[in-house]
Write a protein that binds this ligand. Sequence first.
Ligand SMILES: *Cc1c(COP(=O)(O)O)cnc(C)c1O
Length: 301
Amino acid sequence: MFSFPPAPVVSLPHPLAANIRNPVIVLRDDLLHPFMAGNKWRKLKYNLDAFHKAKYKTLITFGGAYSNHLVATAAAGKKFGFHTIGIVRGDSHVSNDALDFMKRCGMFLLFITREEYRLKNDPNFQKVLLERLYARFPHLLLDEKYMLLPEGGANEAALKGCSEIPADFPGDTDILCCACGTGSTLAGIVKGLKPHQSALGIPVLKGEDFLHRDMVNWGASPDRFHLDFSYTFGGYAKQTPELVNFCATFSNQSGIPVEPVYTGKLFFGILDLLKKNYFAPDLKIGILHSGGVFDFGKEVL
Ligand SMILES: *Cc1c(COP(=O)(O)O)cnc(C)c1O
């Protein structure tokens, strides 16, 4: 249906990348589009293909109040002209620039409690949810022409989209690094690796017990990837002054904007591993910039 030309690759300016002979390559997926960018676009791409083929009218999906996935979905609905409904975890009194952006794109929002949100994949709860949606937005759900997409857009179509990421790096890259939330982006990357390549994930939340297992369940073979949990900074969306400072300094010095939730932790982690000689000096390192930096003042074009 629709695809963007591959994102540019850049190399990290030399003083930032220590103890390594080759340039450290960054794939700037954040530049694919101002809002439909990064891994969220990779995950949406084949889901939107399926959506169009099935002639659905309304896309219903899930996320938190700052969800990059909801932002991307809302922008896609505006750009391609279909209805979107965001089921948002939390209190309907919350307002922020991400939610305002979603509304401006025409996304309808339904807020559910944190307890309910935990049940979002339970078919019985989904039935209740659909009844609530029918009551609120009857015109959007006529003829049952809607598609329900899981949180973060994570499903087989999303994995397929992410498995295309390695091909956009230079072919001689040895190790591909990315930030991990659910791990589905990294799982897709692992599926798309060339035989000589491996992958390194920098988790942004404390999930030692489930992240690795989930990735293997998504089909990522465990001998092809490693997770380094040293850079979670206490958990999801947790930040320290050190991390916030790093994001500002790094964005300035490299010209690559990062934020503290995902890509700030990723680049902090990789630069620290470089300092600690974690990588062999002749390794060719590739880093995925998975997006997440928005200027909500822009219009969706
Ligand atoms: C959602 C997101 C991630 C995490 O992706 P997962 O597939 O859940 O691991 C990483 N970076 C950015 C910018 C994101 O928006």
